[in-house]
Design a protein around this ligand. Sequence first.
Ligand code: HEM
Length: 140
Amino acid sequence: MRMSMTAETVTLSPYEKIGGADAVRRLAEAFYDVMDAPDFAALRAMHEPDLGPMREALAGFLTAWLGGPRDWITSQGGFCIMSRHAGMGITEGTRAQWMAAMRKALDQAGIAPQWADKMTQALEPISRGMLRRGPGALPA
Ligand code: HEM
């Protein structure tokens, strides 16, 4: 039997399709640069003054989430994105700011529009799942 690898048999991960390590790094940097602008003050106030560690964490998480190397997750001894955000009291206001900052960052990082759209669509329900539960929370 002849073994061959054609374009049809190679499936690239989203990580590879958006541009790999360089693209993910640009995206994480752009995200926290955008968050530092006045429009995102409520979201910014939830974070530590030094966003350096967050830049590393977001790049590491997105790399794995997009199907790239899982080194960052391994270095954390595993990681659950939903548990990590559970106690933060995320409101619709700060959720909307996070999504708007991500959308802006995707554009600024030069992620191809079709991938920026797909990522926005995939992140939307994840961000909704992080909304504060209990009294005063929005109905699902
Ligand atoms: C829904 C709106 C969101 C808000 C308000 C929010 C807010 C935050 C805050 C305040 C932190 C830092 C916590 C700390 O300093 O201890 C954080 C960490 C983080 N967030 Fe979010 N986040 C949101 C959504 C998301 C989404 C959708 C993702 C990715 C899919 C994400 C990925 C991360 C990562 C990777 C970290 C670092 C975790 C760590 O190093 O332990 N966040 N987030």
